[in-house]
Every structure is written in C-alpha cells, then in structure tokens.
Design a protein around this ligand. Structure first.
Ligand code: NAP
Length: 316
C-alpha cells in the first residue's frame, strides 16, 4: 500500500461506492488504495471487501465525528447519500453537509460528490406542470442533492460534482423490470413517452469515478455527467425482448398515472421522469457518452449489460 493515495469510499458495500471500491482493487498497479466505509465492519459484505484487500473502517453519515475519523489521512473521498433509506431531503442535505465538513476538516485533496440536478432551476415551485412535493421540492431526491452542491462549494472542498444516471440495475433491485400484463405479454412500464432516458450499469458509476480521480486536479470544481447510453422506452423494451427471447412491450404510461401508482416514492419518481422527459435535451446533454467512455473505457451499453444480467431480472 505504501506510496498509494487512499480514497475513502462511502456506500462501499452498495452500488455506487461498491463499483468504485472494486475498480480501485482491480487496478493494483494504479495510484490509489481503497478505504471502505461501512456502518458494520463485521457484515458479510464488509468482510468480503477486506478479503479483497480494502481497508475497512466504520462510520455513519449521520455521525459527523465518525466521518472525520474515516476521512483522516486520506487523499480523497467518494461521497454519496442514501435517499431511499429515509425519503427525507432535509436529512440528505444534512448528510451531505456532514460529509463536506468532514472532508474539509480532513484536508482532503479531491472529493467526488454523487449529485443530481436541482430540478427547481428548470421547474420553479410555481410551475404547475407537476405537483410540489413535501412543501418545497419538485423531485425531492434530486433537488436535495443539487441543493447540497452549494455546501461543498461554500466550504471550499475541492469537489467534482458527478451527475449520475438511472441504473439499469433498477430492473433487478428496484421493481422496474418488465411485468406480465393480463394478456401474458411482458410490459416495460416507464413514463418517458418517446424521449430518451440516460442509463448506466451501476458498477460503471464507480469505474467512471476512478477515471475522475485519475485525472487529478483537472476535474476539481467541474460537473461531470455520465451515462452508458441514452435510450427511449421503446428501444429499452426492444433490447429487453431481444435479450430475453420473448416479446416485451413498451408501456408508456402518463406521468400522472405513474405518480398515482402508490408505492413509496411514486410521486417523486413520476416527477423525476417528467423532468427527464420535458428537459430531455438538457438532461441528456449533461451526460456525455464520450466523456463517460473516456473515463471508463469498459463502459457497458444496455445490450452488453443485459447479456450479463438478464437472468437476474425478475419477470413475474
Ligand atoms: N437507483 C438509481 O437509478 C439511482 C440513480 C442515480 C442516483 N441514485 C442515488 O443513489 C443513492 C444511493 O446510492 P447506492 O445505490 O450506491 O446505494 P445502495 O446500493 O443502496 O448502498 C447503500 C450502502 O450505503 C451504506 N449506508 C446506508 N446508510 C448509511 C449511513 N447512514 N451511513 C453510512 N453508510 C450507509 C450501506 O452500507 P453499510 O450497510 O455497509 O453501512 C449500504 O451498503 C441514492 O441517494 C439515490 O438517489 C440512484
């Protein structure tokens, strides 16, 4: 490990952080060493990361002192929050603040903050095209992240702002895969009309993050958007059908219908898809495929992701 710069990784046992952790460990000749941050160093996943060669330390993003300790002595950190663990934008902003404060105190030289757009810059609260949620948000899990960008800036933390994309892994873990309709045909339901949805293999987010750290100071203070492909719902359904060897229909429900599905977060996600739909050019434009591939030459397309993961998509 000597001579290597340590990157402290939040969410190291999860999707984004886990991808970065493994990308660092898979690059033994590279300049970085991996420090996995977890709430439970004895969990199965944490022990697996230690076996693979990561330093594993305990911290909780709701405990600022623990974060400071976990960042101490590191060169950089990957900061991500976990909105779906609590559904609270205020909590997410506080957590981002704790990470930014910890990074500042530890004197980190490069932080990547996994953020998203504050959609209120495009859709002010007075814009009735979509309902205002929780009193002051349009897309709560986006707006809180975008709002928190200012905390990293105000504290003068040397930060790269990473705009991520819809994980294709949501089809496996987030209940967004095709479902059989009453006629027995699989339907892929997403309220994107004929617009393109930037998507990415979750593990590629971490690989792109490693590419950003490798660029050193070049990307500090910059916003970098990443995606594996920009695809319409019809293109995604066709790719699913081809991979699965059976018909998959695109079910382009309305945004209002999606908001009304009634599962936890359905209004937030309905607004999110409407934002991506209505501002397709800006949203796709902020996520360059060329930049993403330059950061991570192994970037997967939806087709290549499906070839590796189709058997993991629950279809019933
Ligand atoms: N799904 C998508 O398409 C998508 C797209 C863009 C952005 N996002 C955003 O991605 C974020 C989630 O990232 P992810 O998918 O990488 O998460 P994830 O896979 O759910 O990983 C969560 C990991 O974070 C750790 N964790 C949870 N609460 C923690 C806490 N209080 N303190 C420290 N660690 C904690 C847990 O590790 P331990 O149990 O080991 O502590 C867990 O393994 C969300 O905010 C979401 O909005 C999602």
């Amino acid at each position: 490990m000597s001579g290597k710069k340590t990157i402290a990784v939040l969410g190291a046992t999860g999707a984004q952080g886990g991808g970065l952790l493994r990308a660092i460990l898979d690059d033994p000749g590279g300049p970085f060493a991996a420090r996995a941050i977890t709430r439970d160093v004895n969990s199965e996943k944490a022990r697996e990361l230690a076996r693979l060669g990561a330093e594993v330390v305990a911290a909780d993003i709701d405990d600022a002192a623990s974060l400071e300790k976990a960042f101490a002595g590191a060169y950089g950190a990957f900061c991500v929050t976990f909105f779906w663990a609590h559904f609270s934008p205020e909590k997410e902003i506080a957590e981002a603040g704790a990470m930014a404060g910890g990074a500042k105190k530890a004197g980190l030289e490069h932080v990547i903050w996994s953020t998203l757009e504050d959609t209120r810059r495009w859709v002010p609260l007075s814009d009735g095209r979509m309902p205002t949620l929780m009193g002051k948000y349009k897309v709560p899990h986006f707006d809180s992240k975008g709002e928190a960008d200012g905390i990293f800036r105000d504290l003068g933390v040397p930060t790269t702002f990473l705009l991520t994309s819809f994980y294709w892994d949501n089809l496996i873990h987030f209940g967004m895969g095709p479902r059989k309709g009453p006629d027995g045909v699989l339907a892929f339901t997403i309220p994107m009309g004929d617009r393109k949805l930037p998507g990415i293999a979750a593990e590629d987010i971490g690989k792109c993050a490693l590419g950003i750290f490798k660029r050193g100071k070049e990307l500090v203070g910059k916003t970098v958007g990443i995606a594996g492909e920009h695809l319409t719902g019809a293109e995604m359904a066709a790719a699913l059908g081809k991979a699965l060897g059976r018909e998959v229909r695109y079910n382009a429900v309305s945004h209002a219908a999606y908001r009304g599905f009634g599962f936890p977060g359905s209004e937030d996600l309905g607004n999110m898809f409407q934002f991506k739909h209505d501002f397709e050019a800006d949203f796709c434009g902020a996520r360059s495929l060329e930049t993403s591939r330059a950061l991570n030459p192994a970037l997967q397309t939806f087709e290549s992701w499906l070839a590796r993961n189709k058997s993991r998509i629950p279809l019933e």
